[in-house]
Ligand binder design. Structure first.
Ligand code: ZN
Length: 144
């Protein structure tokens, strides 16, 4: 993954045999996202791309994502590490309803699927620390 880390080029993989795996290392890559909360997420790990047939590849993600989210008590942003491990199939001819998992010009954009996976792993009530005392100095000091 050079230039744009989250674009995988599968042109070379498609001329190889079925079952061949290309491994991409992701090192301190900054995820750009339309969703503000995740636009500066730092991603590390690896992505395996397996050729299933002449139209489809299986992408196996194993990534550690450092995101910055808002604490529900003090409302400040704090860093959170999230491990995501999942598989996704991408196709040159995706079935209806799976258009986002398309291989276009022999390229796969994996940024959106990573963001979606991060969202499903977020805590329901994120806290910067168990002892977070909430917003101090605004008259609504709270301790529970
Ligand atoms: Zn807090």
């Amino acid at each position: 993954m050079k230039k744009n880390t989250f674009i995988i080029n599968v042109r070379d993989l498609f001329v190889k045999d079925t079952g061949v795996i290309d491994t991409y290392k992701v090192l301190d890559s900054i995820l750009e996202s339309d969703i503000d909360d995740f636009s500066k997420s730092v991603i590390n790990g690896k992505v395996d791309v397996v050729k299933i047939n002449n139209y489809d590849v299986l992408v196996e993600f194993d990534l550690n994502c450092k995101v910055r989210i808002n604490c529900v008590r003090c409302l400040k942003k704090y860093p959170l590490s999230i491990r995501i491990k999942f598989n996704q199939t991408y196709s040159i001819n995706p079935v209806i309803g799976e258009q986002e998992y398309v291989i276009k010009n022999y390229q796969i954009d994996i940024s959106n699927v990573i963001v979606e996976e991060i969202i499903t792993h977020l805590p329901i009530k994120p806290l910067c620390s168990q002892n977070c005392s909430g917003i101090i100095g605004h008259g609504n000091y709270r301790k529970d």
